[in-house]
Design a protein around this ligand. Structure first.
Ligand code: BEZ
Ligand code: FE
Length: 290
């Protein structure tokens, strides 16, 4: 195997994996080698371009830390995250569709009682959210764990501020009838972080970094598949050009605008506010896999 050439190298690399003890790893790495080699042949990759690509990935690594996950952003911006989400979340018609998790989810967000304000001081117009968790047959799902997170009116998540308090995220439990409700701030469209290598990539490709306004949800309940999704705001100008390809028509909802006055929680608001209502439908876990 001394005379490796462009015609034989792919098979030679793959054959070195023959003894890999982990069959799944073997399959994944074989696929990566096949596709990377096919890509280099297809675009007739030059040596300069290979090193430019390596420098780009090095920059992605250098800017990544506990708070900034540029690799997730890269996967999102290339549509890979949404593809993997779609491949792994085939559900029966009628179930709420899944979309990307994104880089701003933080596990163990603070618990809130229904009716409380998850904004916790985040900037923005007040928004009153009502929702309910159901199964496909319409059955209410009580005691579901409902995690919500969102950006403020400046388009920033709490973790994007230095040393910030936890704002605009929280965990609630659905009530006996499957319903939940909370107060937050009205979601606005915002750009994904574009001050790093992924932003430079988007600019070089003539792409914008904007996401349509949305609220993130992760819903878990015993006997049902976990749902990771967003609710998108109808009318947003970026619904057809989401920078991370996450929009599904079934996830678009009206945020109703209200002038000041009595809010759904019975409080009197002296500023305008919005309301949002959405029903989440979960898929049952496969009993043979549960
Ligand atoms: C988000 O919606 O939080 C998000 C998703 C993908 C990339 C950047 C942000
Ligand atoms: Fe988001």
């Amino acid at each position: 195997m001394r005379n490796v050439d462009e015609d034989t190298i792919t098979q030679i690399v793959i054959s070195r994996h023959a003894e890999a003890p982990d069959s799944r790893l073997k399959r994944i790495m074989t696929g990566i080698v096949q596709h990377l080699h096919a890509f280099a042949r297809d675009v007739e990759l030059t040596e300069d371009e290979l090193y430019q690509g390596i420098r780009f990935l090095t920059d992605v690594g250098h800017i990544t830390d506990e708070k900034r996950q540029e690799f997730i952003l890269l996967s999102d911006a290339l549509g890979l995250s949404m593809l993997v989400t779609a491949l792994n979340n085939h559900k029966p018609a009628g179930c709420t569709e899944s979309t990307v998790l994104g880089p701003f989810f933080v596990a163990n967000s603070p618990d809130y009682e229904n009716g409380h304000d998850v904004a916790n001081g985040a900037k923005g117009e007040p928004c009153f959210v009502t929702g309910r968790v159901r199964g496909l047959a319409g059955e209410p799902v009580p005691d579901a764990r409902v995690e919500v997170w969102q950006a403020d009116s400046d388009g920033l998540y709490d973790v994007q501020y230095d040393g910030a308090a936890t704002q605009g995220r929280g965990t609630l439990r659905s009530l006996e009838d499957g319903s939940f409700h909370f107060r937050s701030v009205t979601a606005e469209s915002y750009p994904i972080p574009y001050d790093g290598p992924v932003g430079r990539m988007l600019t070089a490709l003539g792409r914008h970094p904007w996401r349509p306004a949305h609220l993130h949800f992760m819903i878990e309940a015993r006997g049902y598949e976990r749902l990771i999704t967003h609710i998108f705001r109808a009318g947003d100008r970026y619904l057809d050009s989401d920078a991370v390809f996450g929009v599904r028509s079934s996830l678009i909802a009206d945020w109703m605008h209200h002038e000041r006055g009595r809010a759904p929680d019975g409080t009197d608001n002296d500023t305008p506010f919005s309301t949002l209502d959405f029903t989440f439908v979960l898929n049952r876990t496969n009993p043979t896999r549960a």
